[in-house]
Write a protein that binds this ligand. Structure first.
Ligand SMILES: [Zn+2]
Length: 302
């Protein structure tokens, strides 16, 4: 190596070292501080967790699976040695409710809504564990000393016991599945009540936060790690409304029922992830809701 090249490599190492992520143990592992002591974390598989570091300890939001949880633990330990206090699961679906044992073993208590816990007790996944703490009702706070975890159950929107978390002291939120920036709805929109989802998005817009971590995000990982915003909540709601309007327009025109999925195009969303793969499935699901009624549903839900 020439002296010049050697100096260049040393210089590049110093420069890159000064701007490198806080944590980069694995090639696909990413960590980003979205607010003071609040980090978003991903392995690059499309799953985004959040953790919050306070004076008394650390709170974790969604663990996804044991491998994700183990890498997140390493990431947490790269920024703090505070004790792990809680690992919150957003809802009953196996992806979000898996990997909790890793955090339990590290000293955290796992937490989920009772509706999620009851379903998981009857339908355990390979990597799920019973929670240490369950909560009931619509609202619960957990005091973490210098910050508060506010938990809200907004009703039957997606999954069971779906909890939206806010940390008012840091002006952040954790939102699972209800907001997926830059991505159309998931496939055939399983286990969503679309009307209730739309209502919940309006309620999320009333909450106090500047930035959130959205559990799944169609933006490139570097962008997605910076979190999602209120605009993404509004875009999610607008997508539902635009799709519904487009379907109703086809009904109005007299388009054959089974021809509607191919007829509906939403060019303003063409750049969204899975537009080509899932728009027809989204359409089929929403049009059957409009034609036959929503599901899942129970009569005493508002
Ligand atoms: Zn889900």
């Amino acid at each position: 190596m020439s002296g010049y090249l050697g100096r260049a490599v040393v210089l590049a190492t110093i420069v890159l070292g000064s701007v490198a992520p806080v944590f980069a143990a694995g090639e696909n592992v990413r960590l980003h501080e979205i607010s003071e002591g609040v980090y978003s974390f991903t392995l690059g598989e499309g799953n985004y967790s959040m953790f919050v570091v306070g004076e008394d300890g650390v709170a974790v939001f969604d663990t996804f699976h044991s491998g994700h949880a183990q890498e997140m633990l390493v990431a947490i330990r790269s920024v703090t040695d505070k004790p792990l206090k809680y690992a919150f699961h957003s809802h009953n679906h196996w992806d979000h409710a898996s990997g909790g044992q890793v955090l339990k073993d590290a000293g955290a208590q796992t937490v989920m809504h009772a509706l999620a816990a009851e379903w998981l007790a009857a339908h355990p996944g390979r990597d799920t564990t019973p929670p240490d703490m369950v909560w009931t009702g619509d609202r619960r706070d957990i005091d973490m000393g210098d910050f508060t975890v506010e938990m809200r159950y907004l009703g039957l929107n997606h999954g069971l016991g779906m909890t939206v978390f806010t940390i008012p002291e840091r002006r952040v939120a954790y939102i699972a599945d209800l907001v997926t920036p830059n991505r159309v709805m998931f496939a055939v929109v399983p286990d969503f009540n679309i009307g209730e989802w739309e209502r919940s998005l309006g309620e999320i817009l009333e909450l106090e936060f500047d930035v959130a971590v959205c559990s799944h995000n169609g933006l490139p990982a570097d962008e997605a790690l910076k979190g999602c915003t209120r605009e993404h909540v509004e875009e999610e709601r607008q997508f539902i409304r635009d799709l519904r309007a487009a379907i109703l327009a086809e009904f109005e025109k007299g388009t054959g029922f089974l021809d509607v999925p191919k007829a509906v195009r939403l060019s303003q969303y063409e750049h969204w992830a899975f537009y080509d793969e899932w728009l027809e499935m989204n359409t089929l699901r929403l049009m059957t809701d409009l034609w036959m009624g929503p599901f899942p549903w129970y009569p005493d839900a508002e």
